[in-house]
Design a protein around this ligand. Structure first.
Ligand code: GLU
Length: 449
């Protein structure tokens, strides 16, 4: 495999052999290993204790049947997953994704990323991820509830505030967390608030948690701009997606004086030169759960809808991919570069393909990887855990300020680490190395377990 030194290549080949067909997991492992050459050269103790090989093998993987009855009385069967990847720094922490594309390879890529992302936050949280191939799209509220209850009827035995703390991801928001928490509470007879994060404000949730991933990505991008003596003021921004991460990224960009001129969903994208109207988009996506194709009509015809195509064809100064993995390929990256885009920051997990990352690097476009740029969501989950543990709840302003400080801390640590390991200005190297060292040192201290 090009780009890896011999020891790391052996580890990479072993991962491929032991996890056949899990292409997204292979991609995530390769991305991290490609940064670790200078680290293993400097610290042979990591190799001696097989830290990287252990890191690539999840501590525990649970796969289970999720049977439920739909509105027509038909029995449906889905598959549930929880991969408890690494608990050197704290209880496994990471979201649940409900989407028809979910299989073990997706859950493992997300879980692997989560280890380093969570380490970068500086909070005491390990890495895990879960989900199901259940498709919530078009399902009634009652169906979603029955599915969540069945999912939790198995999952409850594996989680706990000191063991494993799931949260949301694609397809899992406050509604689903509510049904999951309700069933956990019923089965265990415990009001154990800290077992899930992303809860509603009246039952143990944290201010800013819904906004945190999108806001955090924009805070991180703002740090990149500040480091260059620049700001969001007057910048044209394209955000892909229109889910939770995208909506709040758009909100914060507008607050910082930039203009988001395009966003998308799986059907196509809209271009709104005056700036995306967030009230319209929120009503459409959060209340009506509709398609973005309807946006121009709701906007009084001021915007265009393009079915299919690529949102990355829309010229911009800053691109924030906030939809899903591998949504921005080498061709898209070349288009962005050609249009003068100066910064790409990942709000989603692994939205840029390896080809795209290479094109951006060659063009010297600043690239901020998701494990750093989108860590605000899980960081605020850790703040939710803190509030639950102390039976406290903080104000919006205080929580947002904590989030902004955490994102600044991650940004600075990425840059300092990249500099120390010979790749100044490289956020990928900085994030991978800083996250890795934090986990690796804890693993060394805890012995071979
Ligand atoms: N799913 C989010 C992520 O990718 C957040 C997980 C959490 O809050 O635990 O980081």
């Amino acid at each position: 495999m090009p780009g890896l030194d011999e020891k790391l290549r052996d580890i990479h080949d072993e991962v491929l052999r032991r996890n056949p067909g899990e292409t997204e997991f292979h991609q995530a492992v390769h991305e991290v290993l490609s940064s670790l050459g200078p680290v293993v050269a400097k610290h042979p103790e990591y190799a001696d204790a097989a830290v990287i090989r252990r890191l690539c093998e999840p501590e525990r993987q649970v796969i289970f049947r999720v049977p439920w009855v739909d509105d027509n009385g038909q029995v449906q069967i889905n598959r549930g997953f929880r991969v408890e990847f690494n608990s050197a720094l704290g209880p496994y922490k990471g979201g649940l994704r409900f989407h028809p594309t979910v299989y073990l390879g997706i859950v493992k890529f997300l879980g692997f990323e989560q280890i380093f992302k969570n380490a970068l936050t500086g909070m005491p949280i390990g890495g895990g991820k879960g989900g199901s191939d259940f498709d919530p799209k078009g399902r009634s509220d009652g169906e979603v509830m029955r599915f969540c209850q069945s999912f939790m009827t198995e999952l409850y035995r594996h989680i706990g505030e000191h063991t494993d703390v799931p949260a949301g991801d694609t397809g899992v928001g406050a509604r689903e967390i509510g049904y999951l928490f309700g069933q956990y509470k019923r089965i265990t007879n415990r009001y154990e608030s800290g077992v899930l994060t992303g809860k509603g404000l009246t039952w143990g949730g944290s201010q800013v948690r819904p906004e945190a991933t999108g806001y955090g990505t924009v805070f991180f991008t703002d740090e990149i701009l500040k480091a260059r003596g620049d700001s969001f003021e007057g910048k044209r921004v394209v955000v892909s997606g229109s889910g939770n991460v995208a909506l709040y990224a758009i909100e914060k960009v507008h607050e910082f004086g930039g203009t988001v001129v395009a966003c998308s969903d799986s059907g196509g994208h809209i271009v709104d030169e005056r700036g995306v109207d967030l009230a319209v988009l929120k009503e459409l996506k959060q209340v009506r759960r509709g398609r973005i194709a309807e946006y121009p009509e709701l906007r009084g015809g001021a915007a265009r809808y393009i079915a299919g195509g690529s949102v990355w064809d829309v010229p911009c100064d800053i691109a924030l991919p906030c939809a899903t993995q591998n949504e921005l390929n080498g061709h898209d990256a070349a288009t962005l570069v050609g249009n003068g885009c100066a910064i790409v920051a990942e709000g989603a997990n692994m939205p840029c393909t390896p080809d795209a990352i290479r094109v951006l690097a060659e063009a010297k476009t600043v690239f901020a990887p998701g494990k750093a740029a989108n860590a605000g969501g899980v960081a605020t989950s850790a703040l939710e855990m803190q509030q639950n543990a102390s039976r406290d709840s903080w104000s919006f302003e205080h929580t947002e300020q904590r989030l902004a400080e955490i994102m600044r801390g991650i940004h600075d640590r990425c840059l300092e680490t990249a500099e120390a390991y010979g790749s100044p200005g490289d956020y990928v190297a900085g994030a991978n190395i800083a996250g890795f060292i934090q986990v690796a040192d804890a693993m060394l201290a805890l012995g071979v377990i």
